[in-house]
Design a binder for this molecule. Structure first.
Ligand code: GLY
Length: 361
């Protein structure tokens, strides 16, 4: 069994991402947990039905004491109400500062568990076991934790690094096609943002990924390496980490507008990347041939390429004006200047944003 490692070197709290196929029961994976530790396994009902017993069985072998906290599945449960329920659970079960939370699930479970870990008794340890492609290539790495507010996505949160990340591609075998495809949006984001060669590799290999585990492992490792580099440079998003948000400003507006229900994160980000590429083209930053290539790869992945018909440009602006990247009242966007390179642009004119959106309607 081959386990690949990607380090996330930070000033404090460095950790390792372990990546492999069917590695979850490996005794090498839990050096961070020890006999007698108390853990809370946080998951959702869908993941729980499929994987909880495997994980619990393994933890029990190591004499680890486990409580389980199971939420309903869905982005709409990534809110303060769920945070409060988990906090109450920890208090009722008398968990202390030595307890460890394990998140077993996608980005919703990971972000929420991390946030609760960051505030429970002023901070306890947590371990990420991401089960969706989207969480494996992006959300589980880098310590961004938090929940949504009806007025904005991820508006309540903290930076709190996990003690480790365990990425097992075995989890991907039980994802629906839609969930897998959703993860491709973040994969494509990494290629457009930072790595032209990777983009070309995806143009050749994307459709084979779901049936070729070696290629899938390469792809996940590549995204984790790219993310680790950025997080190492700028853990708290003072500047360069903002680059990880390509497509997210438009995408978050869509997700928030539809109340985190009809548009998945991946689908919204896919469309967000297409509109952002159009914005870059309108400003004269990106060649129209590059916009077309980006659109084609997103289409090939099975992701949507058209913005929602029933959402008007003014409605995007309402959410975009509250984005965390904005400074001095202007809208900040992450835009590609070529395939493989994105930059931060402040004070993007509203009429450019409106034209970008309207060019698709
Ligand atoms: N998902 C973007 C970040 O972690 O900064």
């Amino acid at each position: 069994m081959k386990i690949e490692h990607v380090d996330v070197p930070l000033d404090n709290n460095s950790y390792t991402i372990n990546i492999g196929d069917d590695i979850i029961d490996s005794k090498y994976l839990f050096p961070l947990l020890k006999k007698g530790d108390r853990v809370v396994l946080v998951t959702n009902n869908v993941v729980s039905d499929m994987w909880k017993n495997t994980i619990v069985h393994y933890l029990l072998q190591y004499r680890i004491i486990i409580d389980e906290f199971i939420l309903p599945d869905g982005e709409k449960y990534k809110n303060l109400h769920s945070v409060e329920s988990l906090l109450s659970f920890l208090l009722k079960k008398k968990h202390d500062r030595n307890s460890i939370l394990i998140s077993l699930g996608g980005g919703v479970i990971g972000d929420l568990t991390g946030f609760v870990a960051s505030v429970y008794q002023r901070g306890i340890r947590f371990l990420q076991i991401p089960t969706t492609l989207l969480a494996q290539v992006d959300a589980s790495v880098g310590g961004k934790t938090g929940v949504n507010h009806v007025l904005g996505k991820n508006m309540i949160g903290s930076f709190w690094q996990p003690i480790g990340v365990i990425i097992d591609t075995i989890f991907l075998s039980t994802l629906s096609t839609r969930q897998l495809v959703s993860g491709f949006a973040e994969v494509i984001k990494y290629a457009i943002s930072f790595d032209y060669e990777f983009f070309v590799w995806l143009e050749k290999n994307l459709v084979k990924l779901s049936v070729d585990s070696k290629k899938m492992l390469y792809c996940i490792k590549k995204c984790c390496q790219l993310k680790s580099k950025i997080v190492n440079l700028d853990e708290r998003e003072k500047k360069s980490r903002m680059l990880l948000n390509f497509g997210h400003t438009y995408g978050h507006a869509i997700e928030t507008h539809f109340r985190y229900s009809t548009w998945s994160h991946g689908d919204a980000i896919a469309v967000g990347m297409i509109i952002a590429s159009k914005t870059a083209e309108i400003i004269g930053l990106l060649k129209s041939t590059d916009t077309k290539r980006i659109l084609k790869l997103i289409y090939m992945a099975g992701l949507p390429i058209m913005p929602p018909k029933n959402m008007y440009a003014q409605e995007y602006l309402k959410y975009m004006e509250r984005d965390k990247k904005n400074i001095s009242g202007g809208i900040t966007l992450i835009l590609p200047t070529s395939i493989g390179k994105v930059e931060i642009f402040n004070n993007i004119k509203k009429d450019v944003i409106v034209s970008s959106i309207q060019s698709f309607l």
